[in-house]
Design a protein around this ligand. Sequence first.
Ligand code: SAM
Length: 284
Amino acid sequence: MTDEVWNTERLHDHFAQSLRVSEMYYDSKTEHQRLKVFQNGTFGRILTLDDVVQTTEGDNFIYHEMLTHVPILAHGAAKRVLIIGGGDGGIAREVLKHASVEHVTMVEIDAGVVDFSKEYLPMLSQGAFDDARLNLVINDGAVFMKETEDKFDVIIVDSTDPIGPGEVLFTDTFYGHAARALTEDGIIVTQNGVPFMQGDELTNTMRAFQALFADATCYLATIPTYVGGPMALGWGSHSTKARAVDLATLESRFTAAGLTPDYYTPEVHKAAFALPGYVKKLIP
Ligand code: SAM
């Protein structure tokens, strides 16, 4: 079996994840990071940045649906959405399914991720990059957030982990600028790692959110290739209204939106905010 090729992700000090590579489609360095796209027998096509799994054809729907439909349906009338990161186009794909959304700005630091995702992972974006409502900006999300004078109903931070170029997207400064760029009843959601493995990441974001927002918490979704249990998705809003939305309202918004997701349901939306003890303890 010596000719087998495996991609080994070493995100954690004492735990590695290996995925068998049945075919390597691309392996090269972009200006910012090492990018690979390969085929795996269980998850289909996989995109890694610096060997860390970013997204897979098989399980990306869970992450993308939960990071998108939860804030947009909780808000109820989101017109302007900002995506930070998101180079594979999966979040843009889900956001643009909402007819109520008039304008999406997506700020991705690495044009290489967008180009290669379009070519090797077209099933991720499903034409989102050609949608006239999408404005793609190639820039550091932290720089954009500092400089923008626009306001957004929903901000989705679909970042890498807080190492390399993604580190700035986990700082108090970045969150402070994001809070300023949110409308009065706007919502920010963030990729906050797997709390069992990366507890500090959640604690730090929640501490910053508590200082900035009237409503600060996280919700959970289990994505098989983000190992170690459920992933935490940070939630911040200047208003407590969005999280308090009842199930009947969510159901009618969901039906009106005409969505047919594979993971998101209004029941899962409500239940995702129920946190187990070990996660609650990580929130200061
Ligand atoms: N869901 C994945 C995960 O948690 O592993 C991450 C998805 S991937 C689309 C994240 C994207 O964030 C990458 O395309 C990366 O280039 C981008 N990114 C990293 N740092 C950034 C920054 N400072 N500004 C904008 N985009 C950034």
